[in-house]
Design a protein around this ligand. Structure first.
Ligand code: IYR
Length: 220
């Protein structure tokens, strides 16, 4: 199929306006923290839907959009996810994880108990489509799947944060149970859970710092 084009419809902001916008975005994003204590206060489905639409607008390899997001609010399903995740996490913390790994997690104070998987109103399971399936069920190759899903998940987290919600990127490992629990097809691999909701009243977060700017970026 030949490429078809349409006008971009772009209006450039003045440089001062540009600076104002990017500073405002930075000031907003830098306040994001991974939260592990959630309130059970409900979050409207429409807020989650718009964040998911934002995620789905992300760029992807060959525009294949190799992702699927399952937004779970059903208490029974959340309970099953918590049970399965904690089973894996207990093994992780009591032997499966090498000492070296547990050592770098120590300062976060994490452990195998994951009550937030039931408390938080939404668990968004992110799936990566390792390959596509056409109308005839034939496999089609997907390109840059990890990169694409990473970008989309970043959009999702930014959108939820901009709404004023707390999120936690949670990766029980392994998490194949998610595919079965959520009825997803064999070409989809669970990537992470984005736990979403209001933070619990008085929620605490670990004292951590980001690297200095010159350690993470350089003008060449
Ligand atoms: N999945 C475990 C362990 C864990 C791993 C990393 I890397 C973290 O940044 C945080 C936790 C858990 O959720 O406890």
């Amino acid at each position: 199929m030949p490429a078809r084009y349409q006008p971009l419809n772009y209006t450039p902001p003045e440089p001062e306006e540009m600076l104002r916008r990017v500073r405002s975005f930075y000031e907003q994003m830098r306040t994001r923290r991974s939260v592990r204590e959630f309130s059970d206060h409900p979050v409207p489905r429409e807020v989650v839907e718009l964040a998911l639409r934002t995620a789905a607008s992300a760029p992807s390899g060959a525009n294949q959009q190799p992702w699927f997001f399952a937004a779970v609010s059903d208490p029974a399903t959340k309970r099953k996810i918590r049970q399965a995740a904690e089973e894996e996490e207990r093994r992780f913390y009591s032997g499966r994880a090498p000492g070296e790994w547990l050592a770098v997690l120590d300062h976060l104070g994490t452990g195998p108990e994951k009550p937030f998987l039931e408390t938080a109103p939404w668990l968004i399971a992110v799936f990566a489509q390792a390959y596509g399936l056409d109308e005839n069920g034939k496999r089609t190759k997907h390109y840059y799947v990890q990169e694409s899903v990473g970008i989309a998940t970043g959009f999702l987290i930014a959108a939820l944060h901009s709404a004023g919600l707390a999120t936690l990127t949670h990766t029980p490992s392994p998490m194949n149970f998610l595919r079965e629990l959520l009825g997803r097809p064999a070409n989809e691999r669970p990537v992470m859970l984005v736990v979403t909701g209001y933070p619990a009243e008085g929620a605490q977060v670990p004292v951590i710092a980001k690297k200095a700017f010159d350690q993470v970026a350089r003008f060449v």
